[in-house]
Every structure is written in structure tokens, then in C-alpha cells.
Design a protein around this ligand. Structure first.
Ligand code: CA
Length: 112
């Protein structure tokens, strides 16, 4: 056995450590959707408007403009059922994350 293998240790304090910012961010993404659907599987138009306006107004423009939000919702509505599923909502989160990343790195959003 080579001695350097002993350097690998499983740190037991990872169990009791505080939640990281990233973990709480992921949880927030999930719980915000769940509390907005009020127990249903999908978010209806009104619920989506509220979610965007109350939770994403700092990252997105036009969240107070209901026609713009409606347009955004139909863009996300991959299965055209008029509602926003969790998967469709994740598309929005992914889109926001990549535009945030683009603005931080100075790259322009892929508009082509
Ligand atoms: Ca849908």
C-alpha cells in the first residue's frame, strides 16, 4: 500500500454543516414553484404572472406588463396546454441563469 492513499479521508463534518447558498437556491427554485401551484402539477396563467412578478422582477424586465408575461409564458409552454409545468418553469430558470452568466462574463446572449 502506498502511503499517500491515507491522505483520502471522508470528512464527517459535512453532515452537520450549514446549508450552502447553492443548496438553498435550488430549494428555493423548487419550493417557489410548489407554493405557486398551490398543490397542483402545473402553474396556470395567473399563478405564473404572480410568480414572475413577485420573485423574478429583479432579474427580468416587463414583469409588471401582463401581456409581456403572457407572451413569455406561451414561449415556455412546450406542450401548448396553456399551463406552465415544472419542466417548463425550469426552462425559464435556465434561461435566466444563462443570461445572468452572459452579463457577468460580458458575452452577448446568443441571439442568432
Ligand atoms: Ca405546458
Amino acid at each position: 500500500m502506498e502511503s499517500h492513499i491515507k491522505a483520502y479521508r471522508c470528512s464527517s463534518d459535512t453532515v452537520s454543516r450549514d446549508e450552502t447558498d447553492m443548496e438553498s437556491a435550488v430549494k428555493t427554485v423548487v419550493t417557489t414553484f410548489l407554493s405557486s401551484t398551490k398543490g397542483k402539477e402545473n402553474l396556470n396563467g395567473g399563478g405564473f404572472q404572480k410568480l414572475v412578478k413577485n420573485h423574478l422582477g429583479g432579474l427580468m424586465q416587463d414583469t409588471n406588463c401582463s401581456s409581456a408575461v403572457k407572451e413569455m409564458q406561451s414561449g415556455l409552454d412546450a406542450n401548448n396546454d396553456g399551463k406552465v409545468s415544472f419542466q417548463e418553469y425550469l426552462t425559464l430558470i435556465g434561461y435566466l441563469a444563462s443570461s445572468l452568466s452572459a452579463s457577468k462574463t460580458g458575452a452577448t446572449a446568443d441571439a442568432s
